[in-house]
Design a protein around this ligand. Structure first.
Ligand code: F6R
Length: 240
């Protein structure tokens, strides 16, 4: 696991977007795994700028998002699909026929999860997976538990996750359930980039980097992946 510490969020965004842009220059048909939440937003903005100002072409890129809330239509402004449309896809020229989401607004979650994994495999696997990390060490929505998950599955979100994500909902109440890619799916990515900023992530970062590899801190599994780079600001790196 390689750790890089930066002074500002903008510097993190420049470093991460440079890796993603190099990837799509070298392989225009790359498969990218994306995350939502606050951590990747500045990076997405850099990708939009590269598209608008330097002609970066995302039209052949295939994408898989990590997770989606249950019981929200894709068109709901709170869905992660809407988030990605707004924060990246619409402004950077992605081709929606290559955009994949765990469509969580269906009753048949199991077949959605099975089909998602099959589709990732059919596309040749994920070249670069972008991750954030929860305050409790979750990646995707793999919450602390007794075992590492494998493929996509439906999860009940931990109270700390509901609390952290309440800020995105006027009601202050995110849906309790979500579909998420499993730890096995994330670990199968060829390269992983994880972004964390702020004091609230410091404990999770310490557990991920220095703690035991345990499903009680799902991100700790990344210690066993051959190609992970972690991008931190000084506050999130404080306990290393
Ligand atoms: C979101 C996701 C989550 C977030 C994590 C951090 O798709 O997979 O694991 O990355 O909850 O969220 P932020 O970046 O909002 O602190």
């Amino acid at each position: 696991m390689q750790i890089q510490v930066f002074d500002t969020e903008q510097q993190i965004a420049s470093a991460v977007s440079a890796i993603l842009l190099k990837q799509i220059r070298e392989k225009p048909q790359s498969v990218l795994g994306f995350a939502t939440g606050s951590s990747p937003v500045a990076t997405y903005q850099k990708l939009i700028e590269a598209h608008e100002n330097d002609g970066a072409d995302f039209s052949k890129v295939t994408t898989f998002n990590l997770d989606e809330y249950c019981d929200l239509a894709q068109s709901d402004p709170h869905s992660y699909y809407s988030f990605m449309r707004e924060q990246l896809f619409e402004k950077a020229g992605f081709d929606y026929s290559r955009v994949h989401f765990l469509t969580a607004d269906t009753a048949d979650h199991e077949s959605v999860c099975r089909a998602y994994r099959a589709e990732i495999e059919r596309c040749g696997g994920i070249d670069i997976q972008l991750l954030g990390i929860g305050r409790n060490g979750h990646i995707g929505f793999n919450e602390p538990s007794d075992r590492f998950s494998d493929g996509p599955f439906m999860v009940e979100l931990a109270p700390s996750t509901l609390e952290a994500n309440a800020r995105f909902f006027e009601t202050g109440k995110p849906p309790r359930y979500a579909l998420t890619m499993g730890i096995g799916d994330i670990m199968a990515a060829k390269k992983i980039l994880l972004i964390a900023t702020g004091e609230s992530k410091a404990n999770a970062i310490r557990a991920m980097v220095k703690g035991d590899v345990t499903p009680q801190c799902p991100a700790s599994v990344l210690q066993t992946h051959p190609d992970v780079t972690v991008f931190l600001d000084r506050a999130s790196a404080r306990l290393l």
